[in-house]
Each structure stands twice: as C-alpha cells, then as structure tokens.
Design a protein around this ligand. Structure first.
Ligand SMILES: [Zn+2]
Ligand SMILES: [Zn+2]
Ligand SMILES: [Zn+2]
Length: 160
C-alpha cells in the first residue's frame, strides 16, 4: 500500500489551491455559502498537513483582521467539519483539511508523532469490519473514530 503521507518536498500551494477549488464547488453544489471567512479559515487549516488548533486559527485570523470573536471562528470550523471539508482530530483537539471532501467516507487517521502530520486512511473494509463487530455486540454505532499514533515512513527513514 502506498504512503498516504505527502512527500517532504511537494508543491503545497497546489494542495491548498485544490482544497479551495473543491470547497467552492462542493458548497455551490449543496447551495451553501463559502463566505470569505469560511474560505480563509479553511485555507489556514490547510497551511500544512499537520493539524491546527482553533486557537491558532484565531491567532492567525486576528493578526490579519484585528480581533476576531472566538464564536465566529468556531462557527466557521463547525461549518467546515459539517461539510466534510475539515476533520477534527479528537486526540489532538485540532483540525485537518480533508483531501476528498466530496466522497462520503469514514475517516481513519494516522498521526505521526515526529512530524505531527496526519494522513487519512479511507478504508471501507475497516469501516465494514467495525460495523460488523459492533452489530454482533448488539451495539449501535453513532460515530466511529480511529486515530492511530506512530511514526510515518518518511520520519522513520530520516531517523535510520
Ligand atoms: Zn501539501
Ligand atoms: Zn476526509
Ligand atoms: Zn512523520
């Protein structure tokens, strides 16, 4: 299976551009507004492949726009999460941009402890297994999160 983490040297501007273009398309298709603020918050979350905390987003926005009310930022983040443009990484209390927001998917995350980057595993088989086991246990799943912590191939190569 290929490395889901991005290469060290890649044109990240392209990742950001693609994410913003995709977000605009998706919002238009759903008839919701990608306001300038929501767009900028998405761009700030996408500043790297490492998750960003709400507080950091607030700080960056504040530096650009003067003070920004925290609820404004939380609402923008909620909107982005709700539309699958951004995922919340619970264990880090931070947000990461989704590379495939249009496709409905259960997000499974690999979190690298060394570079702090997060990769998304879109694994239908894993999702099915989880569902099957939960059903067998008589459990009704509302939300399933898998956040796996470790070291990515890149960081392991560098450490070798
Ligand atoms: Zn990138
Ligand atoms: Zn995703
Ligand atoms: Zn790493």
């Amino acid at each position: 299976m290929s490395d889901p983490f991005p290469a060290v040297a890649h044109d990240h501007r392209r990742c950001v551009d693609e994410a913003l273009t995709e977000a605009a398309r998706l919002c238009e298709g759903r008839g919701v507004r990608l306001t300038a603020l929501r767009r900028r918050v998405l761009e700030l979350v996408w500043q790297s492949h490492a998750p960003v905390g709400a507080y950091r987003v607030m700080e960056l926005l504040g530096a650009e726009r003067g003070s920004v009310a925290p609820p404004t930022v939380y609402r923008a983040l909620d909107f982005l999460v709700q539309h699958g443009l951004v995922h919340r990484i619970e264990s880090l209390n931070a947000f990461i941009g989704c590379r495939a927001p249009a496709a409905s998917h259960r997000a499974f995350f690999l979190i690298c402890r060394a570079c702090r980057e997060v990769a998304e595993l879109d694994d239908a088989e894993l999702a099915r297994t989880l569902d099957r086991r939960a059903v067998a246990a008589g459990f009704m799943v509302e939300e399933a999160r898998v956040e796996v912590t470790g070291t990515c191939a890149r960081c392991r190569r560098m450490a070798a």
